[in-house]
Design a protein around this ligand. Structure first.
Ligand code: PLP
Length: 383
């Protein structure tokens, strides 16, 4: 197949599920593994460079989101960061049976963390979204109660790409003295993020979404925020998240994030061009589909719902042609049901069932987009 961007035969367009690690980042990580093995907490000389690398990585990451080094806590990825944010705040306030406000379109790492806390006496308020997946900030403000201790609204949605009005949400949270957390797993490395300017209290990120390695991420926690440690043990991460640090992956994450932030504008232009090429072809071929998520979406992120089709069938038939896309969301791809996000935007069922998510990454080319559009057209027209 021509136009394949890597792995020779494959067109990979599922970058919201994961990205391929950047080659330079991978080589850097392997090199570190070869050179250093000392435990960063040890005090003899072979551990010193490891500790130094960790500190430098923390600084690089902090600079990328305009935070301070001591506000970055390394985790195993987005799921752990989200669990920590939700549970640490709610555990801190557990005796008051606290309330958390979140949205109907969050990732399961948020929704299921909230559900787990419900069993311990916490309450959850879920804000609905409009047809584009965006929350209404006035509705959010009306739902605030005396016991609301946390507002957790994602930066950008992993299924339909909608970018939420984060600055307005943080304004409301501040006005009511409530902690604001945002799951920015899909946004970090792809959209400009300034935690000071946006007045964010906590932010989750995951390295494998921005061409870093899997199994590492971070949680930004504004300095001075009083929350309970989530993983107890040997006192690493300033007594907040114990466990020997995965130092080479952390350093690779910092490198990948810096690289992506430096190339953000260029990458956004590239992936947006791919998305435009694909949409143009589908429209020219008169294919009946809905583009979900409205105008204010992540660049290169297409959630497309084809009338009277089956998303899973479309995904498998594209796979047979060596094209990787997702049905709605990777987390739902093994279940043949309409995702909670598509239900929340009230998409008609005859379109919702035929949803595929195509997410371009920095390695994709307009030729990839053209190939995907042509193969999709054939499959949809065959019925
Ligand atoms: N939050 C969002 C919005 C995501 O898209 C994902 C992964 O798809 C996660 C959290 C979980 O991140 P991780 O895979 O690093 O655990």
């Amino acid at each position: 197949m021509k136009g394949a961007n890597f792995l020779n035969e494959i067109i990979y367009a599922d970058n919201a599920a994961t990205t391929q690690i950047d080659e330079e980042v991978l080589n850097f990580m392997i090199d570190l593994q070869k050179k250093y093995f000392g435990n960063p907490s040890a005090v003899y000389k072979i551990s010193k460079p490891v500790k130094k690398i960790l500190n430098e990585s923390r600084k690089i990451i902090a600079e990328c989101i305009n935070a301070e080094s001591q506000e970055i806590f390394f985790t195993s990825g987005g799921t752990e960061s989200d669990n920590t944010a939700i549970k640490s705040v709610l555990f801190e306030n557990l005796s008051e049976r606290p309330n958390v406000i979140t949205s109907a379109v969050e990732h399961k790492a948020i929704l299921n963390s909230c559900e787990a806390m419900k069993n311990l006496g916490c309450t959850i308020t879920k804000i609905s979204v409009d047809k584009f997946g965006s929350i209404d900030v006035d509705e959010l403000e009306k739902k605030i109660r005396r016991k609301t201790k946390l507002i957790s609204i994602m930066f950008a949605n992993n299924e339909i790409g909608t970018i939420q009005p984060v600055e307005k949400i943080s304004e409301v949270a501040k006005a009511h003295g409530i902690i604001f957390h945002t799951d920015a797993v899909q946004a970090v490395g792809h959209l400009p993020i300034d935690v000071k300017n946006f007045d964010i209290d906590m932010l989750s990120a995951s390295a494998h979404k921005f061409n870093g390695p899997k199994g590492t991420g971070f949680l930004f926690i504004r300095e001075g925020l009083k929350i309970l440690p989530f993983i107890d043990g040997g006192g690493q991460e300033n007594n907040f998240r114990a466990g020997t640090e995965n130092f080479s992956a952390i350093a690779a994450m910092a490198f990948a994030l810096k690289k992506n932030c430096e190339q953000m504008k260029l990458n956004a232009e590239k992936v947006s061009e791919c998305a435009e090429v694909l949409l143009k072809i589908l429209r020219e071929k008169n294919i009946d589909f809905i583009l979900n998520g409205g105008e204010n979406r992540l660049p290169g992120h297409l959630s497309l719902s084809f009338k009277n089709c089956n998303g899973e069938t479309l995904m498998h038939r594209l796979d047979l042609k060596n094209i990787c896309v997702a049905t709605g969301s990777a987390c739902n791809s093994r279940r043949n049901e309409i995702s909670h996000v598509l239900k929340a935007i009230k998409l008609q069922k005859n379109y919702a069932r035929g949803t595929v998510r195509i997410t371009f990454g920095k390695k994709n080319t307009p030729h990839d987009a053209k190939t995907i559009a042509e193969v999709l057209t054939q499959i949809v027209n065959q019925g």
